[in-house]
Design a protein around this ligand. Sequence first.
Ligand SMILES: NC(=O)c1ccc[n+]([C@@H]2O[C@H](COP(=O)([O-])OP(=O)(O)OC[C@H]3O[C@@H](n4cnc5c(N)ncnc54)[C@H](O)[C@@H]3O)[C@@H](O)[C@H]2O)c1
Length: 381
Amino acid sequence: MEQGALSTEPGTAWRVSHQRRIEYDLVKAPDLFDPRNHALLSIGRVRGGRRFVVVDEQVARHHGQRIDDYFAAHGVSARIVPFAGGETSKTADAWLDIVRELDDFPIHRRDEPIIAIGGGVLTDVVGFVAGSYRRSVPHIKVPTTLMGYVDASVGIKTGINFNNHKNRLGSFEPPCRVLLDHTLLRTLPRRHVLNGVCEIIKLAVIRDVALFERLEASGDASVAAAFQDAAGGDILDRAIAGMLEELQPNLFEDELERKVDFGHTFSYGLEARHGERLLHGEAVLLDILVSCLVARGRGLLSVADTARIFGLVERLGLEPDFTLLDVDLVWDSLLDRIEHRNGLQRVPLPQGLGACVFANDINRREVASAIAALTHGMAAA
Ligand SMILES: NC(=O)c1ccc[n+]([C@@H]2O[C@H](COP(=O)([O-])OP(=O)(O)OC[C@H]3O[C@@H](n4cnc5c(N)ncnc54)[C@H](O)[C@@H]3O)[C@@H](O)[C@H]2O)c1
């Protein structure tokens, strides 16, 4: 027997081996709060049943009465819990508050799923409630922001911020269903529409040149229409499908080289430092642009493609605040991510538009020179 290896001889050890199948659908369900639409109650007990429903305050402001009426029309006793969106709500206190509310409204453990209706903050927190309450109860996600629609509600990650770290506590908790009602995006403020667009740009640059071209062709009109237009609908479908192609084979992130981490290396520190003024997508966009310049410096991205990326950002009406880029902060963020990625940088960089390589040797000078170009307005030159 090798030194350090443990014996697995019969009588000396027991092995547990189990496979859990993960299967959930993302289903389009427009006009979700129309009582004739059964999607919200399509899983679990209906008549005489109960539902614990956490609703983003802004969504409740626009649709609160309809949500009450929906459950009443189906004879379902619902506890509707309003939740203030925004990153400052992604806390252990918010998580525990919901757990207390839940304890006060007993639901069946298996056939009365929790329903989470809101943006990425809400679905991350409520997903963590579902994953931790009584060691896991089922939940349904209804994204109401673009960020949620194309990203946060698509996969199985939950989380809350803790000890000055984003998503320091969390779990992998598959929802039992994701219900997609794009009409809920109608009331989203423009800044939050753009926030979600940054994640779509991420996918386009790193893996999907056709998506990039669609953004170029009609993205500005879709932003103005809060993605209620037909072309915007196609962009959303393509973004979700692309996201799933990346997530599905690696749901639990056993593989740490992830294309969807494009834009999520330097953004981590930016969000931690400037969380009050920077939305998640806005931080991701800054990271994307730094990464593109690093890629250009290495000859991975041509001058023309780099100019196209900056041109798209401008055409979509995004105005990244380059003054927030600080070399120490951005470099420290990379060092932190090295820990998170098992000792290697594993930074996705675009290799031409729509393709990706992973770098493990980015140095501080490259980052500093990318930031200098951005802060001096020389990036697209
Ligand atoms: N779990 C994941 O895989 C994953 C992926 C991406 C992002 N995230 C997380 O998502 C969070 C950001 O999500 P977000 O941008 O949706 O933030 P958010 O949930 O705070 O929502 C943004 C704002 O929009 C408001 N709002 C929500 N729906 C609305 C509607 N339909 N109309 C009007 N206003 C509405 C909210 O009240 C809030 O003020 C971050 O914490 C990020 O880490 C998680």
